[in-house]
Design a protein around this ligand. Structure first.
Ligand SMILES: Nc1ncnc2c1ncn2[C@@H]1O[C@H](COP(=O)(O)OP(=O)(O)OP(=O)(O)O)[C@@H](O)[C@H]1O
Length: 550
């Protein structure tokens, strides 16, 4: 029997009173817990004697011994690197302070940075900070990938700031795909760099005189100064050749050929390799992975819930919430603005504090602020909120609509279980969801489950021995063969769209599919094609030059 053919669970659609007397009035529990005592940053001020001692020990070791130790350290931290002369990781912030002193930064500035790290309770660098830090401080171009919530922001803010502290005439720009993420990055950088004398600015319509700037691609391309550093966060999204942002970043790269360029993301697909080869000089590649070898955080509990038909989704969600499996604040994802709005309305009708965040939503910044403050419990968002956002107190993510790809899945579920905190991600899926994407997602969830229970594979009650919560049939979904059959237009299709009674179900898969099929050529399609052509030409020239050298 094809398990996709029937719904496994039928959920009753009852009215809701999830929180009853215990409903949080303002900030949810996780926001108001008493802060634990502050930890100290492991920091011994660098002195000549310690540095000299270290050198003495190192020169006594053979080069081979040092290389073996370095390889063992990287294995332990799950860091993989490639490229020429990759700098050794910093094992503590001491090495950053030592390097800063060596570069001539003032003692007061070094102390201020150390104080901010301590105030943030960043006792030690995370693995990606350990490896990306010295790489960027050495001004090497780099492509860095590490799991969501693993501290990539600090992995570029700290070394870039360190460089700026040692060179009073240089400026840096960080590019990120959305306004919300830019605002978060600017706030985080300003917090980390407070007291160091470095000015941080979020570039809006007006140009700002700051040394550490954060901007969306379009704003970044409009700056009149030449940055010494260009960092692209969520690089695979920004540099997607099918997207609009890539040409702005390409323009910025062209204007600052001598800048150190670094690309960061949890997912670096092979498709951006072409662009990396064409634009980065002798780059270092850093890849940090979790226990399961995937970009999902180790502490994430991934649950895939088959709900059969679209019509069962809302009651499935209610069931999960009513069972107490999702405690606010929770972030829910829908695949279109319309569906996000309808789901938020449905939850609000149930008496829950819910709102929708999408591109055209009114006052997006205020929505995000309310969610961060805990006055909004459920934020239903489109993929606008899937990248980079760090909501500290978040307990759960729900993919109300299954993501269209494993990459989208990784970023969406990665909003929770950050910095080692626990978190759960539910993904509801129906018999209409893309089998290829669901198989890839199931594989990711399965790898995580297998890594957590290596010697004691649980089974899902079907007796097939598949580990944890991923049923074997899902892992074994056959790849869909691409048929070349003509797709019936929505107007001529005999099958009526499934307009079910639940508010969130209206504007369903059928409508979304029809919208996609109706995609008209965009006015900037030729510009996108031109950017692709130019990048390919650049790449070809670079390859020819390399071949000539050989
Ligand atoms: N060295 C550290 N020690 C402790 N906590 C840290 C450290 N570095 C960063 N963090 C915390 O980890 C959380 C996640 O960091 P960050 O937002 O940089 O993740 P990320 O890797 O960029 O994730 P994403 O891929 O989703 O963008 C933040 O709350 C941050 O304050």
């Amino acid at each position: 029997m094809n398990p996709l053919a029937t719904a496994r669970v039928v959920y009753p659609a009852t009215s809701l009173d999830f929180f009853g007397e215990e409903a949080p009035e303002s900030a949810p529990e996780s926001e108001v817990q008493e802060a634990p005592p502050r930890k100290k940053v492991r920091r011994t001020p660098p002195t000549t004697t310690t540095t000299e001692k270290k050198k003495d020990v190192e020169t006594n070791k053979s080069a081979q011994q040092q290389a073996e130790e370095l390889a063992a350290l990287r294995r332990r931290l799950r860091i993989k690197v490639s490229g020429e002369d990759v700098p050794a990781p910093w094992v503590s912030w001491d090495e950053l302070f030592g390097a800063l002193e060596g570069l001539g930064a003032k003692r007061a500035e070094i102390k201020a940075l150390g104080d901010r790290l301590e105030a943030s309770e960043w006792t030690e660098p995370t693995p990606v900070q350990m490896q990306a830090g010295p790489t960027l401080l050495a001004r090497r171009d780099a492509v860095v990938s590490a799991p969501t919530g693993s501290g990539k922001t600090g992995a570029f803010v700290v070394p870039v700031a360190a460089h700026l502290l040692s060179r009073s005439d240089s400026r840096a720009i960080v590019v990120a795909p959305t306004r919300e993420l830019c605002a978060q990055l600017a706030r985080e950088a300003a917090r980390l760099l407070e007291g160091t004398g470095l000015s941080v600015g979020l570039l809006g319509k007006r140009e700002m005189a700051c040394r550490f700037a954060v901007a969306t691609p379009e704003r970044a391309a409009a700056v009149y100064w030449t940055p010494a550093f260009v960092v692209v966060d969520e690089a695979d999204r920004v540099l997607d050749l099918e997207g609009a942002a890539v040409r702005f970043v390409d323009a910025l790269f062209q204007r600052a050929p001598a800048a150190c360029k670094a690309l960061f993301s949890a997912t670096v697909p092979p498709q951006i390799e072409e662009l990396v080869e064409a634009t980065l000089a002798n780059p270092v590649r850093v890849r940090v992975s979790g226990v399961a070898g995937t970009p999902a955080p180790d502490a994430l509990d991934q649950r895939l819930v088959f709900v059969g038909r679209e019509a069962n989704k809302l009651s499935a969600l209610r069931d999960i919430v009513r069972a107490g499996n999702i405690r606010p604040p929770a972030l829910l994802f829908a695949n279109t603005s319309d569906r996000a709005r309808r789901l938020a309305n449905a939850l609000a009708t149930d008496g829950l504090r819910a709102a929708a965040l999408f591109g055209a939503a009114r006052d997006r910044d205020a929505l995000v602020r309310r969610f961060r403050a805990g006055t909004l419990w459920f934020l239903v968002a489109t993929d606008l909120a899937s990248r980079g956002l760090d909501f500290r107190a978040l307990n759960a993510v729900v993919n109300y609509d299954a993501p269209k790809s494993a990459t989208d899945y990784v970023h969406r579920v990665g909003r929770v279980a950050r910095a080692g905190r626990p978190g759960t991600a539910y993904t509801l899926f129906t018999d209409r969801d893309a089998q290829d994407a669901m198989r890839a997602i199931a594989n990711l969830a399965n790898l995580a489950a297998s890594a957590k229970h290596p010697f004691n594979p649980l089974n899902d009650g079907r007796g097939d021995g598949s580990p944890a919560k991923v049923p074997a049939w899902l892992l074994n979904l056959k790849k869909k063969k691409k048929k070349k059959t003509k797709v019936a237009s929505p107007s001529t299709s005999k099958k009526k769209p499934d307009t079910t009674t639940t508010p969130a179900a209206a504007g369903t898969d059928a409508e979304d599919d029809a919208k996609k099929k109706r995609r008209r050529p965009r006015p900037d399609d030729h510009e996108r094609a031109e950017v692709k052509r130019q990048l390919r030409a650049k790449l070809a020239a670079k390859r020819r030059a390399r071949a000539d050298k050989v």
